[in-house]
Design a protein around this ligand. Structure first.
Ligand code: ARG
Length: 577
């Protein structure tokens, strides 16, 4: 049982004793250095605001005193909490005991890679829809965010005991294929010989010609229509384009070490859209409008278009078929869409339509609408306005990590192969961390100077701290035997570290609840900062045996939490650096 649970249950039972059961209170992590306790609750304030009173208590502060008294009895003789105090206007603060903290460190070591793992999601499934690049277009930085955040959410939910199902909803169907099919067919190109760059050129060429020849649009549409009708020649070209793109994407995924469970893609729903249309018609949810089939909606500003006036199916219709399929196959508690904020309207419409069709309640569909990545000097695109290719960005990250290592003299004692591994782990980790340290909903800045640095809130800083703690343990030679509780009275700055470790489980829950991996990143950053402060102030391998034992225990637990937390973010922790 986590310490939060222990305290919350104690509060609930105290409330029962004074006949104030059923109050919905918060328990927040406090700041005991500033005298706010390790945890604090607003229960007395909430009780007052709900006009639930206790005869002798005239103010929230007095009520807090009454509750604190009953709590003290509850905790006396137990090891968890050793001080409870009341603070105006009516907070109750809890201070955890030294013994509790020491035992926590031992627990971290015993649990190892499983420290923080929970079972609250047991029996429940979440589907996570992420990455989803568009076939025949390069994997741009825009899909990088989706891939990185989506994978972190996947890891977090799985760690909490949910069955996580990752699905890469590839953009492998839709009118955009009309353009390429038109180009390839008209110019009699052998699709097997095409590269991704060629495809880009074909697009650019098409849109240039379109200026003089507006009828081209019409022609491209009819190509997609023929594809939807199943024309074999076009299907073969389409298949080649898909294979070519997947081959390219795979390079990016293997650099990122991302492996998504399913890649059903939009094309998977070709034969599943009709059922949705039939249901929509039977339920009288759709009307014809200018030849198109649309579903009027109440809560979205525009109706949902399911079929276009030329008979082509829409992206939205495929998303409805996807929801129906996912519900039937996995019966998920939640479907999480890690997709850019530019999809806001699309998902508002899709979710409302799915609810109207009775597939799933809207509350169970979540759009984590991530912001844009901007370059330090503005939009992240090449001079010609084309999107920057992710493969190139990642290669550059690795190169820069190599330079950083050389400058800082890192990894210089490792064999060449080891150095290369460090460069990859640090470079890729830096790019991922830059993204994950910030709330997904905000726009983020891509600034190499801040991404690949050993100072400040960066991936390399956390990895370096991890390697630093591991190095001390290795030097001490006692790495394996650290489960005894040392007789040592920890200093304030040492307790500050254990407190952060204590919050780890709670923060994982919070990050899942709010779909915000950045909460984990922030905790790790604080942990690393506190550990480095401690490291610079104290000699870990001191002559004082008990102090040394405690500090090694603290170092090992810190390293473990950094490793587990980075793991949730999809970032590797290098043993040596
Ligand atoms: N391929 C789409 C795009 O890049 C994103 C797909 C997101 N997922 C979904 N179920 N619609 O614009």
């Amino acid at each position: 049982m986590t310490v939060e649970r222990v305290i919350k249950e104690a509060i609930s039972s105290s409330l029962d004793k004074i006949n104030l059961s059923g109050i919905d209170f918060d328990l927040d992590s406090g700041n005991s250095i500033q005298g706010h306790g390790d945890y604090a609750t607003n229960v007395a304030l909430v009780a007052f605001s709900q006009n639930k009173s206790y005869p002798e208590a005239k103010t929230p502060l007095e009520l807090a005193e009454v509750i604190a008294k009953t709590l003290e009895k509850n905790f006396s003789g137990k090891e968890t909490v050793d001080k409870i105090e009341v603070a105006p206007p009516g907070f109750i603060n809890f201070y955890l005991s030294e013994r509790f903290y020491k035992k926590l460190l031992v627990k971290v070591i015993n649990k190892g890679d499983d420290f923080g793992r929970q079972i609250i999601g047991r029996g429940k499934t979440v589907v996570i829809d992420y990455s989803a690049p568009n076939i025949a277009k390069p994997f741009g930085v825009g899909h990088l965010r989706s891939t990185i955040i989506g994978q972190a959410l996947y890891n977090i939910f799985a760690f909490l005991g949910y069955r996580a199902v990752g699905d890469n909803h590839l953009g492998d169907w839709g009118t955009q294929f009309g353009v390429l099919l038109h180009q390839i067919d008209q110019q009699k190109i052998d699709p097997k010989k095409l590269t991704m760059e060629d495809l880009e050129k074909l697009y650019v060429d098409f849109y240039q010609k379109l200026g003089q020849e507006p009828r081209l649009q019409e022609k491209a549409r009819s190509y997609f229509k023929r594809l939807e009708l199943g024309e074999q020649k076009l299907k073969n070209i389409w298949r080649d384009l898909v294979n070519l793109s997947l081959f390219e994407y795979q390079k990016v995924y293997s650099l990122l070490k991302v492996n998504i469970d399913f890649s059903l893609g939009e094309s998977f729903y070709q034969d599943k859209m009709k059922a949705v249309l039939d249901e929509a018609k039977n339920k009288n949810l759709v009307i014809k409008s200018k030849g198109a089939l649309i579903m009027p909606l109440e809560d979205s500003p525009v109706p949902a278009m399911l079929v276009k006036s030329d008979g082509a199916t829409t992206y939205l219709l495929r998303d409805l078929a996807t929801i129906k399929y996912r519900v039937e196959r996995w019966n998920p508690e939640l479907i999480i869409y890690e997709v850019g904020a530019d999809h806001k309207l699309h998902f508002t419409q899709t979710f409302e339509a799915a609810e109207k069709l009775d597939y799933i309640k809207r509350e169970r569909l979540v759009h984590v609408a991530h912001g844009m990545i901007r370059g330090r000097l503005g939009k992240l695109s090449t001079r010609g306005g084309r999107i920057i290719h992710l493969g190139k960005v990642l290669k550059e990250a690795i190169d820069r990590a190599r330079q950083l290592s050389t400058q800082a003299g890192i990894a210089k004692d490792l064999p060449i192969k080891g150095q290369e591994k460090v460069a990859r782990v640090v470079g890729i980790g830096a790019v991922k961390y830059n993204d994950l340290k910030q709330n997904p909903r905000t726009n983020i800045v891509f600034d190499w100077q801040k991404i690949l640095t050993l100072e400040g809130n960066s991936g390399p800083y956390l990895q370096y701290t991890y390697a630093r703690a591991r190095r001390v343990l290795e030097k001490s030679g006692t790495d394996t035997n650290l489960t005894k509780i040392p007789e040592y009275q920890p200093k304030r700055e040492e307790l500050a570290i254990t407190r952060l470790i204590c919050y780890f489980e709670k923060v994982i829950n919070e990050s899942a609840r709010t779909f915000s991996p950045n909460l984990i990143a922030n905790l790790l950053y604080q942990l690393a900062q506190n550990y480095n402060t401690f490291y610079n102030q104290h000699q870990i391998l001191t002559k004082n045996k008990e102090a040394k034992a405690f500090r090694l225990l603290l170092s090992k637990a810190t390293a473990q939490v950094l490793k587990n937390g980075l793991g949730l973010l999809g970032i590797e922790a290098p043993e040596k650096m």
